[in-house]
Write a protein that binds this ligand. Structure first.
Ligand code: FAD
Length: 447
């Protein structure tokens, strides 16, 4: 009997985890579960370690560095354990996603495929290629705090400037909807025979998964060498609970610019980036905190910051590929790439002690405070007259919280090539040093 005939009698659904490595508040997974239940079939959760993450960039380094790979690996392993506890399993392999998913789906009798929608060019191309191959694909938007249907305008028509966007939402009293609970049970897996066939089909595509062992410097502002900052979903939720239990939403606004220490800002971004934490869950915890302890401008500021994150997502829906032009949305010529100056910047050897401290922290830990990100990016763009795309690529490779929308958006913003009307977002390093590291503690820490 042919494979296809076998599988026709065993319908099912494949759920492809992308930047949503969690079980709580995952509308895409809920959709896959509902589809599988409707047809009385199986559900196969999968994750693909994308071969392209190891590709070289045009700037002379690999697209994804070891810290980020290790952080991602923790989230995937934790998701695998979570699925296992529900009697399911994560099929996880390293390959080019489109061809390998297509081979898998073929072997399984072409079931429907459900995944998260990601509005960035590379991820969009993957979905377009899968659809062109005839895959029955459902992609679900789920990475914003505010759902697209709750916006007062279509996502493709949001105001270009953040302030106008925020004011629009405030005027319409837009709220985030409640997060979905994690499923208590999942549809069964495909039969062992079918799973064995699937694994055989993948063997022709897959390479050995990397085992990224890294040392995280204990000076890290985000101390992910500690168990409480593990990359998985359980640690993310525990961190959120701890953040509220310590009353930190009430001090956020005053401390968020601190360069060191875990408590200055929320440190949600590493988990938000892999999807181990959902923004709605993060905000629901703050809203519950406010209900009990009172809302303050400080706790509101966390909402404000999550709106920045949303805004960069909607700008991708609005402007798409234009955000990836060297000139961005403007027409100003892009300075030539100076490989030597760029290398010195990457290594923390520019000669500006404040900037160098930031670049060393980034290299040693995969994390950097927002204040330092602004300063080092400004230094590359405005002092070294470098190509902002090289800086964005370096951040993409190094940051464990790399998020395509926020990274692209912030670099464009600082280079004056995004949607912001102010062309010059230059940070004066001497002044910033005076304001944020007056005693030299940070510079000494990373000297
Ligand atoms: P908090 O200050 O506690 O803020 C809470 C959350 O709000 C953050 O976790 C984040 O999700 C969101 N947020 C805060 N500030 C911003 C912002 N400026 N833009 C978008 N979202 C924001 N953030 C990433 O998550 N991934 C990136 O790849 C990334 N690249 C950046 C590149 C540059 C050049 C700059 C200047 C900023 C970048 N940011 C990026 C934004 C910001 O620096 C980080 O989100 C923040 O430092 C993470 O620390 P936190 O979670 O403690 O933030």
């Amino acid at each position: 009997m042919s494979t296809a005939a076998n599988t026709r009698s065993a319908p099912g659904v494949v759920y492809w985890f992308r930047n949503d490595l969690r079980l709580h508040d995952t509308p895409g997974l809920a959709r896959a579960v509902a589809l599988a239940e409707r047809i009385g079939g199986w559900l196969l959760p999968v994750h693909v370690h994308d071969e392209a993450w190891h590709d070289p960039t045009p700037w002379g380094f690999a697209r994804t560095g070891l810290h980020r790979l290790a952080w991602q690996q923790m989230a995937v392993e934790s998701l695998g354990s979570g699925l296992h506890k529900l009697g399911s399993q994560l099929l996880h392999w390293r390959a080019e996603p489109v061809a390998s998913l297509h081979a898998l789906l073929d072997t399984l009798g072409q079931p429907e495929l459900v995944c998260e929608e990601i509005a960035a060019p590379y991820e969009q191309t993957q979905l377009a290629q899968l659809r062109a191959l005839g895959v029955r694909l459902h992609s679900v938007w789920q990475s914003t705090l505010i759902a697209p249907e709750a916006l007062p305008c279509p996502p493709e028509a949001v105001p270009d400037t953040f302030t106008h966007f925020r004011q629009l939402l405030e005027r319409h009293r837009v709220h985030a909807s409640a997060p979905l609970p994690a499923p208590e049970a999942l549809p069964p897996l495909p039969s062992p025979e079918l799973l064995a066939l699937a694994e055989r089909a993948l063997a022709g595509h897959a390479r050995a998964l990397p085992t990224a062992q890294v040392r995280v410097d204990p000076r890290a502002a985000f101390p992910w060498h500690r168990p409480e900052c593990h990359g998985g979903e359980a640690a993310a939720l525990a961190h959120l609970a701890h953040y509220c239990a310590r009353g930190l939403p009430h001090t956020y606004k005053a401390t968020r610019n601190e360069l060191t220490g875990v408590e200055g800002s929320s440190k949600w971004s590493p988990w938000l980036a892999t999807g181990a934490l959902s923004p709605r869950t993060a905000w629901a915890a703050i809203a519950a905190f406010e209900a009990e302890h009172g809302a303050t401008p400080s706790s509101y500021w966390l909402f404000f910051e999550l709106l920045w994150r949303d805004h960069f997502r909607w700008l991708h829906r609005k402007h798409g590929l234009r955000l990836y032009r060297a000139q961005g949305l403007g027409e100003a010529p892009v300075p030539a790439h100076n490989a030597r100056a760029f290398a010195r910047w990457c290594q923390g050897e520019t000669g500006d002690a404040f900037i160098d401290a930031g670049m060393r922290e980034l290299a040693a830990t995969g994390f950097l405070s927002n204040r330092m990100r602004q300063n080092v990016a400004s230094h590359l763009i405005h002092e070294l007259q470098g190509d902002w795309r090289a800086g964005a690529a370096w951040f993409e490779a190094r940051l464990i919280d790399h998020d395509v929308y926020s990274n692209q958006g912030n670099w464009l913003y600082l280079s004056g090539r995004g949607t912001d009307p102010r062309a010059n977002r230059r940070f004066d390093s001497a002044r910033q040093t005076q304001m944020y590291d007056p005693g030299g503690h940070y510079r000494a820490l990373w000297a």
